[in-house]
Design a protein around this ligand. Structure first.
Ligand code: 15L
Length: 267
């Protein structure tokens, strides 16, 4: 990997990975729809709207691998999701195919499978159960990635990110938290592992309360260094007095499941 592109480089994960991947590859090309901090040594800075195919083709030209973080990172109106996470995502994969990019790491989300109950441990083989329009767009992204892998031979690692941050911020995040250094490790596996064709893994640290069987990540060499448990007491104490929504509490996706919920009988 000589030149690696990060889309969505201005977002929270993108800004963090800009630091942790600095110097790992000879050139990091950083792209976002908003203006980014000026390029430093070993960096190229780009400004692209992902819904603009011609611009996306220019953005991916000359790169060896892509970390696709771009798009909408939470629930939103359908039009917004459609433009960022369906059309924008399609443009990235299709442009990558046209210019011959061989490897993509896709930032999918726990919300692609958010309607699994917390009582169920799930692995990378379960069918999607999106909890939102956002989650459904991530399931679409996983499907499109599978198509571009099978039909065009692009190696893709789909990282179903739990919650990325310096530390877990509530009870639900104790189960799905991932630290910056653990996500950096996973991204590097996705970009560098010689045998990746199409894989789904969970982007989580080594959390004792995890809802995931992440053996597929372990098989690819992932050895998370961080765990949420040391934060558990403080997080649970802070949350103890807050009222809990039964739907949010029941499902892995939490409030994404409870929002707009109208089913009479929970499944
Ligand atoms: C996500 O997929 C979002 O991008 C992030 O903002 C959080 O909401 C996270 O999931 C989560 O579930 O905590």
């Amino acid at each position: 990997m000589k030149r690696v592109l990060i889309t969505g480089a201005g977002g929270g994960i993108g800004r963090s990975l800009r630091e942790t991947l600095r110097g790992v590859y000879p050139i990091l090309r950083l792209s976002d729809r908003v203006a980014l901090a000026p390029a430093g040594e070993g960096e190229e800075v780009d400004r692209t709207e992902l819904s603009d195919m011609a611009a996306v083709e220019r953005m991916v030209d000359g790169v060896d691998g892509i970390l696709h973080l771009g798009g909408i990172s939470g629930e939103n109106d359908w039009r917004v999701i459609l433009e960022g996470n369906i059309i924008g995502l399609y443009n990235v994969f299709e442009a990558a195919r046209r210019v011959g990019v061989q490897r993509i790491v896709f930032a999918t989300s726990n919300h692609a499978v958010g309607f699994y109950p917390r009582a169920q441990r799930i692995d990378h083989r379960v069918v999607p159960r999106p909890d939102s329009r956002y989650g459904a767009s991530k399931a679409f992204g996983e499907a499109l990635a599978s198509l571009y892998s099978d039909k065009h031979g692009i190696g893709v690692l789909c990282t179903r990110i739990g919650n990325f941050g310096e530390k877990p911020i509530d009870k639900r995040r104790l189960s799905i938290w991932i630290s910056p250094r653990d996500y950096t490790q996973l991204v590097r596996i996705g970009l560098e592992h010689p045998d990746i064709r199409y894989e789904i893994v969970y982007g989580v640290s080594n959390n004792r309360r995890s809802w995931y069987d992440n053996s597929n990540a372990a098989r690819l060499g992932y050895r998370p260094q961080d765990e949420s448990e040391p934060y558990a007491e403080a997080v649970l104490t802070a949350e103890a007095r807050q009222p809990a929504d039964p739907i949010a509490e029941h499902y892995q996706g939490g409030t994404f499941c409870a929002a707009e919920y109208t089913a009479k009988t929970p499944r």
